[in-house]
Design a protein around this ligand. Structure first.
Ligand code: HEC
Length: 151
């Protein structure tokens, strides 16, 4: 564990020198849950990467998809990701096959990109982390056979 710390801190700093506690909190409460619930099913680095885009950790999110970068830090209006959730003309509307996100959530994403899209997810999630991140969604609907129970 100590070794890991020693290795990971410089990487974190180099990748994202400006992430503050406030930004981390904003990401964790406003952005991460929406990505997990609305996007990762089709955009993850493990088993499905529609449009060449994985949004499950910072590196591929920054890298973008088939169209190139989808997040331009500081410039939401020119970020394909924001254009897609705004259902802007001429771009694919996201989330695909689901209703448009509510305005307050779109506003949160816009604010996040404007502040530089600080993203504390510096490592690729494992397959089990991926399914755990989608558990909230599944519990809400139907986890029947052998699923976790709250007894
Ligand atoms: C049901 C599957 C599905 C879901 C859910 C989904 N997407 Fe997509 N997404 C796609 C598909 C399919 C494409 C490719 C569209 C095309 O190029 O024809 C795509 C493409 C994109 C692109 C363009 C990538 C590129 O480089 O061209 C962005 C940005 C995007 N999605 C963002 C999102 C966001 C943000 C969410 C969650 C709010 C989301 N998507 C949810 C299926 C999905």
């Amino acid at each position: 564990m100590l070794c890991l710390w020693g290795l990971s801190i410089p990487v974190v700093l180099a990748e994202n020198p400006t992430i503050t506690e406030v930004q981390r909190e904003f990401f964790e409460t406003k952005i991460r849950p929406v990505l997990a619930d609305q996007c990762l099913e089709c955009h993850n680095s493990i088993d499905k990467k529609k449009g060449g885009l994985a949004l499950d950790w910072s590196q591929p999110s920054r890298q973008g998809g088939d169209s190139g970068k989808v997040i331009i830090p500081g410039d939401p209006d020119n970020s394909l990701l924001i254009q897609s959730i705004r259902h802007q003309a001429g771009v694919e509307s996201m989330p695909d096959k689901s209703p448009k996100l509510v305005d307050s959530v779109i506003a949160d994403f816009t604010k996040w990109v404007r502040m530089g899209a600080p993203d504390p997810r510096h490592t690729q999630p494992t397959a089990s982390e991926k399914s755990r991140s989608q558990l909230g969604r599944m519990c809400g609907t139907s986890v029947k056979n052998g699923g976790p129970s709250k007894r």
